[in-house]
Design a protein around this ligand. Structure first.
Ligand code: FES
Length: 161
């Protein structure tokens, strides 16, 4: 997916602001993610040349820190808990169901830009497993039916906006 002219300009401005600072790569990547929402693959060459680094060095840092997104993030983030208590209560079935019904894998976003799917390792809600977080809200004892209801709520709320 290409990036917009505005995104390209924002990244270029941020590279200019950071390029003379020592240890600029991490702060620059954070600044790009804050501003654009992710660090596009197509920006790596520009970042590397601006900071006088190799592309491999920039790629290495982006892939090492899992917080950096390389794809646009959906308007809603759905996280499924994969830690032990939730797994013992069926979260593996739930995640297979989520991937199938949304048509995406972890770290991907639905084609309409609505939902990004992420794994999470304990939401502090183990007594009510399996747990799911949608944006800032944690939901307990989520089976496949409840998951479908929650997704329908997201879609319904987007239609009403
Ligand atoms: S293991 Fe899932 S909430 Fe703790």
């Amino acid at each position: 997916m290409g990036i917009s002219q505005n995104e390209r300009q924002s990244i270029s401005d941020l590279v200019d602001q950071h390029k003379d600072l020592p240890g600029a790569l991490l702060p620059l990547l954070h600044a790009i993610q804050n501003e654009v929402g992710y660090v596009p693959d197509s920006a790596v060459a520009h970042i590397a040349s601006g900071l006088n680094l190799s592309r491999a060095e920039v790629h290495g840092v982006i892939s090492f820190y899992h917080d950096f997104k390389t794809q646009p993030v959906g308007r809603n983030t759905v996280q499924i808990c994969r830690a032990e208590a939730c797994q013992s209560m069926g979260s593996r079935l739930l995640e297979a169901h989520a991937k199938e019904t949304l048509g995406i894998d972890y770290h991907e976003t639905t084609a309409d830009g609505s939902i990004s799917l992420e794994a999470v390792y304990c939401l502090g809600n183990c007594a009510c497993s399996p747990s799911v977080r949608i944006n800032d809200d944690v939901f307990a004892r989520v089976d496949q039916n409840r998951f479908d209801e929650l997704i329908a709520d997201i879609r319904g709320a987007e239609v009403r906006k």
